[in-house]
Design a protein around this ligand. Structure first.
Ligand code: DX5
Ligand code: ZN
Length: 227
């Protein structure tokens, strides 16, 4: 059975107090910290890069789940590996030519490779990356257009999650964008086990409660209590 992983998206945190924000989320029950790395080119926004990951790593041992919304992911492998990233999830749209080499390099730097796909990208595009000799270990199904927090969840993406779960019962399947207490059941019942949540967690009066609600949704679905 795949484990539930709740990953607050630090994009919604107070970047000026990143270490304290990370610490707070871990105390509230987060499993992973989701780190959105953008280059202002693959997406129309610019966030953080390896220097910030390196600074944060000095303050925490937590699993840093890095989501690379960049045009040239291969250029980020070495610096992020050195900085102490844990997971390295690149976009399939940005790695059409070199995903094999990319996965190999990510692993050689001790990181866990994952692949993400935009809403308009069909799920079939990631199958070869899961069936390769050196496969990715997680698939991130975007449930909003990448680039910004606070957007509306796209329920029609759940068909991708369902197809993936059917084919790969023990794969980590992550969903990202618009997840919160009112949408998580759709994702967990489709088969997602890794839940990224930015605004719903950071904007809540009691973020710990939201984190535990998200976890409970995955657990209950897995236990067969919900459909
Ligand atoms: C969007 C990012 C997300 C974002 C999610 O491009 O990949 O991780 O922070 O934020 P919410 O949960 O607010 O949609
Ligand atoms: Zn993300």
């Amino acid at each position: 059975m795949v484990k539930p992983k709740i990953a607050p998206s630090m994009l919604s945190s107070d970047f000026a107090n990143l270490a304290a924000e990370a610490d707070r989320m871990l105390r509230y029950g987060a499993d992973w910290l989701h780190m959105d790395i953008m280059d202002g080119h693959f997406v129309p926004n610019l966030t953080i890069g390896a220097p910030v990951i390196e600074s944060l790593r000095k303050h925490t041992d937590a699993y840093l789940d890095c989501h690379l919304m960049v045009t040239n992911p291969i250029d980020y492998v070495e610096p992020l590996g050195k900085a102490g990233a844990s997971g390295f999830t690149f976009h399939v749209e940005a790695a059409k030519e070199n995903w094999q080499e990319l996965i190999h390099r990510i692993k050689s730097k001790g990181m866990r490779p994952g692949v993400a796909l935009k809403p308009e990208t069909p799920i079939e595009e990631v199958y070869s990356l899961l069936e390769a000799k050196d496969p990715v270990e997680m698939v991130l199904v975007m449930t909003v257009q990448p680039g910004f927090g606070g957007q509306k969840f796209m329920p029609e993406m759940m068909d991708k999650v369902r197809s993936l779960r059917k084919k790969y019962p023990s794969l980590d399947i992550e969903v990202d964008g618009g997840l919160g207490p009112s949408t998580v059941d759709l994702a967990s019942s489709a088969g997602a086990n890794c839940i990224v949540a930015g605004s719903s967690v950071f904007g809540a009066s009691y973020p710990a409660q939201v984190i535990s609600q998200l976890r409970k949704s995955v657990q209950d679905t897995q236990a067969g209590c919900k459909k």
